[in-house]
Design a protein around this ligand. Structure first.
Ligand code: GLP
Length: 242
């Protein structure tokens, strides 16, 4: 069953998670990381940047795979997940650009691209530690409710709730892409370790359903209960429904 770490604030979530990732990178500099976007991981990335720049560890031999990307946004679009990763992490650390993988939202052939993305993860030796956020409806990456437990990297349609949640980053709701490429739940579950982070009262219901509810595709994060090495790191507000 999942390990649950409840800390006081969002800053404490960031600190705890950065400690877990720093320890993993130090014990294996050739680590394959699974990375996430959204507001939840920002504090963790800031701490990892500071600590690696301080000389504690290096990303020079690391490889990273991101969970997802909007379809239709260029890599340099301000709201693309590639742009987010460059500005929040990759441009600030010593990781090799060619070792950072994010699905390509402008790829001409999605089916071919997603098959190749899975192949690259396998060739890299699999993901050692995967960082995850959680959507207000329990989604992980862009696996919306109803996604199969054995789903693979693929094109998906976003729900109204996700489009509304994410519209805060766009000029208007009409600017939010309606489709995305996402690693599947089956893909995510193959990571050797998973760290899900959540902060704020808006996530309390999703967190409670994920941890204490039945394992059901209606709450994709609940499917993590079957994973042998998963940690939920939540602040008091996000853990208030537990
Ligand atoms: C998006 C991402 C998810 C992320 C979720 C929550 O939909 N695809 O990977 O977990 O948003 O985002 P936030 O951390 O900003 O609440």
């Amino acid at each position: 069953s999942p390990k649950i770490v409840t800390v006081k604030t969002a800053a404490d979530v960031a600190e705890y998670t950065a400690d877990v990732f720093a320890a993993a990178i130090k014990s294996n500099p050739k680590i394959v990381l699974g990375l996430a976007t959204g507001s939840s991981p920002i504090g963790c990335y800031q701490r990892l940047v500071e600590r690696s720049r301080g000389g504690e560890f290096s990303f020079a031999q690391a490889t990273s795979f991101n969970l997802d990307e909007y379809i239709g946004l260029d890599a340099d679009h301000p709201q693309s997940f590639r742009h987010f990763m460059q500005s929040q992490l990759f441009d600030l650390i010593d990781i090799r650009p060619s070792n950072t993988f994010v699905p390509d939202g402008k790829c001409p052939d999605v089916a071919k691209h997603v098959a190749n993305y899975e192949l690259k993860i396998t060739e890299a030796g699999g993901i050692e530690i995967q960082l995850l956020g959680i959507g207000t409806n329990g989604h992980i990456a862009f696996n919306e409710p109803g996604s199969a437990a054995d789903s693979r990297t693929r094109e998906v349609s976003l729900t109204r709730q996700t489009i509304e949640s994410n519209s805060r980053f766009f000029p208007s709701i009409a600017d939010v892409p309606t489709t995305a490429i996402t690693m599947g739940i089956g893909t995510i579950l193959e990571a050797k370790q998973i760290v899900l982070i959540a902060t704020g009262a808006g996530k309390a219901k999703a967190v409670a359903e994920a941890i204490e509810g039945p394992m059901t595709i209606d709450c994709p994060a609940s499917l993590l209960q079957s994973h042998p090495n998963v940690i939920f790191v939540v602040d008091q507000a996000a853990g208030s429904g537990l």
